[in-house]
Design a protein around this ligand. Structure first.
Ligand SMILES: NC(=O)c1ccc[n+]([C@@H]2O[C@H](COP(=O)([O-])OP(=O)(O)OC[C@H]3O[C@@H](n4cnc5c(N)ncnc54)[C@H](OP(=O)(O)O)[C@@H]3O)[C@@H](O)[C@H]2O)c1
Length: 258
């Protein structure tokens, strides 16, 4: 955390690497969705609807990664802290030889993130903010004492590939878990930066054209350009279905999943 009043360690975007040489973490997405594919109600008031079993599943997955990442609107939605989840899951991390707490990463391209969000009350592991190089300096200054480092990548559009490279090279992140929301997931998928998608299908139907899904934005307009997925595993537990899909078009990375 900066005590000088200046923004903490800041990185600029590096030129885009070729798809074959990109150095980035293995990227997983984990989301709960309804039977009709929604991740929240249209008014965004309900976005947490998985069972206790789903919550355990989330923490178990977190215990396998170096960093957990979410977009600004997700982080602002309630008591989100992106931490390891308590003693039981910290013990799992220790047993794997990992840091007791995962790094926490927030994506806010234009810096509109609410500086009063719950996540800033909880310290314990480094909190990183990823934003654009041309994000408003005044907005970003609100995070000077709230985050441990700011990574700035791309002008006009956030360069996610450069951001992942920064996490890999500067922060040692080899496995990264993205926990939404739809906008962040969609842009990672569109950039071919996702390796696996973990889904919990929950026994509800929300409906509503405006209710978000796991991938917001325009990922594609043609089936030929759709993100291809292969089913890796499926497990039913009471009324919920736990699915893992491998994303078949992910760009090559320097490290492979363990
Ligand atoms: N069911 C579930 O498992 C689940 C999980 C997570 C979230 N949710 C719900 O989903 C909803 C939020 O989803 P959402 O899609 O609206 O929001 P989101 O992806 O969480 O956040 C969107 C914001 O994050 C930043 N951002 C994301 N991707 C970016 C990119 N590629 N480039 C630059 N900035 C980027 C932007 O911040 P700036 O505006 O600052 O540029 C953007 O406005 C909430 O209701 C949340 O509770 C549900």
């Amino acid at each position: 955390m900066s005590k000088t009043g200046k923004l903490p360690a800041t990185r600029r975007a590096t030129p885009r690497a070729s798809l074959e040489t990109i150095r980035r973490p293995v990227v997983l997405i984990n989301m709960s969705l309804t039977v009709d594919g929604k991740i929240a109600t249209a008014n965004r008031r309900v976005s947490s609807f998985g069972s206790d079993q789903d919550q355990v599943h989330l923490y178990e997955l977190r215990s396998t990664v170096d960093a957990v990442m979410s977009g600004a609107r997700t982080v602002e939605a309630g008591a989100v802290d992106l931490d390891a989840g308590g003693a039981r899951f910290e013990a799992m991390r220790r047993a794997r030889g990992m840091a007791v707490q995962n790094l926490r990463v927030i994506v806010s391209g234009s810096g509109t993130l609410n500086p009063r969000a719950h996540i800033f009350r909880k310290r314990g592991s480094p909190l990183l903010l990823i934003t654009r190089e041309d994000a408003d300096a005044g907005r970003l200054s609100r995070f000077t004492t709230r985050v441990d480092a700011v990574g700035r990548f791309g002008r006009g559009k956030l360069d996610l590939e450069a951001a992942l490279k920064w996490l890999f090279e500067e922060w040692g992140v080899r496995r990264l878990l993205c926990e939404g929301g739809g906008e962040l997931n969609g842009s990672l998928l569109k950039a071919r930066l996702v390796d696996e998608v973990h889904l919990t299908v929950c026994p509800f139907i929300f409906g509503g054209n405006g209710a978000p899904t796991i991938a917001g934005g325009d990922v594609t307009h043609r089936l030929a350009d759709a993100v291809p997925c292969q089913l890796k595993s499926i497990r039913g537990l009471r009324d919920e279905l736990f699915l893992v899909y491998r994303v078949a078009n992910a760009t090559r990375r320097a490290t492979l999943p363990p």
